[in-house]
Design a protein around this ligand. Structure first.
Ligand code: GDP
Length: 828
């Protein structure tokens, strides 16, 4: 059965050859299919044309009857194509050449590199082999005396073929058998055309890798062994033993410098800091406490220093025993508030002054001396623990004896305990003055028993702390108190060398309008003379004049004598140490150095060093409002007391921050600072000078004057209460819809509105809502009813509104009118 029977098969005409193919299908069915193959015409190449395909096509077509013109055109096209082809070929050739050159270059480079590598490996290998050889030789040398011959004998039972086989298996062996030979030949043949060594240029053969790897491993291992040997050899004197150093640690130090002083690697120090949760770079400054931690971690010793090399010019030589002369004791009175410290100080001074100098109204200089028998006693007229501790904190330990005042009609109170602790911490002996024995209900024994509980055992309780019953008000017991002090002083055997350059401590400092900066200095050792050049804290100067506690000019002040010193270039701080130096240049240098150091220290302390701290700070800052202040006071002591008192004001929501506190009149620079930080300026017993007043008026900075600290603190508390946030209530008072927008020259866009709810009030706050989204919040510039400016427009009425500093208003916008109500809260 055939599909083609009787039909002319559908096929190609003309030059096609046809044939039949029988196709067989499943279940024995077959089918004949006509297959036609188109015969390809073979053309003779046309003379004059070189290439086959196109040219013959052209030729055939010309034979098929193309015109001459067409022929010409085609010929031209053909030539152009040929030219193009030639050009392309040329370009390809060039590119090929370039690529080849490039390949060549790269190969050369790779070869050079490889050669180097090989040489290096070779060297290492040689070295390793050399080591190996030496080791072997040493081994042999050791073995030889034992009688064994040097020549190696073949292993027992080894046949003739054994050495051959072993050689074959060796890394350098050439294959031996005929089969191997043939293989080698093949390898060699195939390797040849690729150019022998070139093969190594890019690719790494297994052999190579093995050889190289083996060499490297061996050399590394041998090097490691060598290192190990060396370490073992030099173990006793080697670098293993850590050198412990005494590290001089200033208040602030850079990480790099710390590493340097410990002779540790900076990276290790940074790592150690990191392990302690402190992220610091090597240039960063860290504070002494952090540095101490690190030094301890590295196992070094710490020596805290506050003076740098610059300060070593300060005469710190120890005094010879024969130069030392007795000096008066320096006494500080401490105790709970209202127990009578001030009264006692006054009583002692008045008693002595009245007994001594006629009509002597003593000038307040922060310290005074009284006579007791042959000796003098120096009292620091700065009651309070803050003064005591802040002076101690600055390195001035001026007090020799503490008088602890306890009121007999009261008991041991928190501040009494504080005072005891301060005295104990400073290692200063105490004398207990049981005051107000005249008062009804006075019970001195109760005080003594109370003190016992604080481990202060007075003499009456068979302890060694002197106790004296006094009445500051009546003047009773004062003599006994002074005697007790003199006795205590005698026990202390206080001595100083009046012959040396003076060393002192600032008790108080202030900026005097007429005299410039003045400081009450208690000379602690040596003698301070007029004309002496000195450095005091971050200031320096030359003693222009000195006045004693009675306001008299003096030329010299010996040990334990308080004097007011004039001639300082700035106001020092209470507790600053005064040192007499040889030259002005030295004084200047030290002062400048200290200033820089304290700046660095502030920076080190101010910078949040750990991430945790940073986060905590950021968190705290977010939720806490701050009331900043600039405080100026008459004396340093007051400024510090105010700053301390103010820092205690506040809670977790509000806090008071003293931006700047200083001594002296309020100046223009204070006003500038206050303006920049939007803070008021507090003047405590000082006034603003005329330019500062003018500046304050102009810049709208508030200045407040006080003369009582409690008033000041109270006011600040109230002000801080005003900062308590959550209590601002917002009341919506109305809504208006914008119906039209007018452009009014000089005013801007004015909205023609209809008050839809409540009232529109001129003074209220407004919000512009567009599709219920607040697009602006502010205040109104105008509220007009017809042509008139009005205060209020009621619901249902039309009005004109324009915003202050906002013009983008559109028809359909809604204006929300609101008022804020502040509900005051107070701080505890
Ligand atoms: P300070 O806060 O420790 O300095 O104490 P003050 O010296 O200001 O004294 C507080 C109060 O105690 C004042 O009202 C004094 O008059 C009173 N006072 C001080 N000493 C005595 C005293 O010896 N007897 C009596 N009855 N009252 C005294």
């Amino acid at each position: 059965m055939s599909d083609t029977d009787g039909k002319k098969p559908l096929g190609l005409s003309g030059g096609a050859r046809s044939g039949q193919v029988k196709q067989s299908f499943a279940r024995g069915r077959t089918k004949n299919v006509v297959v036609e193959t188109k015969r390809k015409r073979v053309m003779a190449p046309k003379p004059g044309t070189n290439t086959a395909a196109q040219a013959s096509a052209q030729g055939s077509k010309s034979k098929a009857g193309a015109t001459d013109a067409e022929m010409q055109r085609r010929l031209r096209a053909l030539q152009m194509a040929k030219a193009q082809e030639a050009e392309d070929a040329e370009r390809r050739k060039r590119e090929e050449e370039e690529r080849a050159a490039d390949r060549e270059r790269r190969r050369a480079e790779a070869e050079a590199k490889e050669r180097e590598e090989r040489e290096r490996e070779e060297l290492i290998k040689q070295k390793a082999e050399e080591d190996e050889r030496r080791k072997r030789e040493a081994e042999e040398a050791r073995n030889r005396p034992a009688g064994a011959p040097a020549a190696a004998t073949p292993p027992a039972g080894g046949d003739a073929g054994q050495p051959q086989r072993q050689r074959n298996l060796g890394p350098d062996a050439r294959p031996g058998g005929p089969g191997n030979d043939a293989k080698r030949k093949r390898d060699d043949d195939s390797g040849k055309p690729r150019g022998g060594d070139n093969r190594r240029s890019g690719k790494l053969t297994v052999n190579q890798a093995l050889r190289g790897g083996e060499g490297r491993t061996r050399s590394l291992a041998s090097m490691r062994r060598k290192q190990e040997r060396q370490r073992q050899k030099g173990g006793s004197s080697g670098p293993q033993e850590k050198v412990m150093r005494t590290v001089q640690l200033p208040e602030a130090i850079t990480v790099a410098e710390l590493a340097n002083r410990m002779t540790e690697r900076v990276a290790d120090v940074v790592k150690s800091l990191m392990q302690n949760g402190i992220m610091a770079t090597q240039t960063q400054t860290i504070d002494a406490d952090t540095a101490e931690l690190i030094i301890e971690e590295f196992g070094h010793k710490i020596q805290r220093v506050s003076d740098a090399d610059v300060e070593q010019v300060i005469d710190a030589a120890d005094d010879k025993a024969e130069d030392l002369k007795p000096r008066p004791p320096v006494i500080t009175i401490m105790g709970h508030v209202d127990h009578g410290k001030t009264s006692l100080l006054d009583a002692i001074r008045n008693a002595r002054v009245q007994a001594g100098e006629a009509g002597g109204i003593t000038q307040h200089i922060g310290a005074y001396q009284v006579k007791q028998g042959d000796t003098a006693l120096t009292f620091l007229d700065t009651p309070g623990h803050a003064a005591f501790t802040s002076m101690r904190a600055r390195g001035a330990q001026v007090t020799d004896i503490v008088i602890l005042v306890v009121a007999a009609d009261d008991a041991v109170m928190p501040q009494t305990i504080e005072a005891i602790n301060h005295a104990k911490a400073a290692g200063v002996p105490m004398i207990v003055a049981i005051n107000k024995i005249d008062a009804p209900g006075a019970d001195p024994d109760k005080v003594r028993a109370d003190l016992l509980r604080q481990e202060v055992i007075v003499e009456k309780m068979s302890g060694d702390v002197q106790d004296v019953e006094v009445s500051a008000l009546k003047g009773d017991g004062l003599d006994q108190l002074l005697e007790a002090i003199a006795l205590q002083a005698e026990i202390l055997e206080l001595k100083a060398n009046p012959g040396r350059a003076a060393l002192g401590a600032v008790i108080e400092a202030k900026l005097d309008v007429g005299r410039g900066p003045v400081a009450t200095v208690l000379v602690q050792n040596g003698t301070l003379n007029t004309g002496d050049i000195f450095v005091v804290g971050e200031q320096w100067g030359k003693v222009r004049a000195m006045e004693n506690d009675q306001g008299k000019r003096v030329k010299a002040a010996g040990p334990s004598v308080p004097v007011e010193v004039l001639g300082i270039n700035g106001t020092p701080q209470a507790g600053d140490v005064l040192n007499v130096v040889r030259s002005e240049a030295q004084a200047r240098e030290i002062a400048a150095f200290r200033e820089q150091q304290s700046k660095d220290k502030r920076a080190a302390l101010g910078a949040a060093t750990t991430l945790d701290q940073l986060l905590a700070k950021a968190k705290a800052d977010e939720s806490v409002s701050e009331l900043s202040l600039v405080v100026k006071a008459d004396v340093q002591g007051s400024a510090e007391a105010i700053a301390q008192a103010l820092e205690k004001v506040g809670n977790e929501e509000v806090r008071v921050r003293v931006l700047h506190s200083g001594v002296g009149a309020i100046t223009e620079s204070d006003i500038t600072l206050a303006e920049a930080s939007k803070t008021p300026v507090i003047g405590f017993n000082v006034r603003a000078n005329a330019p500062a007043r003018a500046a304050a008026n102009q810049k709208g900075v508030e200045i407040r004057y006080y003369s009582v600290i409690y008033d000041l603190v109270d006011d600040v508390k109230q002000a801080a209460s005003g900062l308590l946030s959550a209590e601002i209530k917002e009341n919506f008072i109305g809504y208006a819809e914008i119906k039209e927008v007018f452009r009014v020259t000089g005013v801007g866009n004015v909205a023609g509105c209809l008050v839809t709810e409540g009232v529109a009030r001129r003074s209220a706050g407004v919000r512009l809502l567009r599709d219920d989204v607040v697009v602006h919040e502010g205040t109104l510039k105008t509220l007009k009813r017809f042509k008139d400016e009005v205060k209020e427009v009621q619901s249902g009425q039309e009005c004109g509104m324009a915003f202050e500093r906002y013009d983008d208003i559109r028809v359909g916008d809604v204006i929300e009118i609101f008022e804020r109500e502040e509900v005051e809260r107070t701080l505890a």
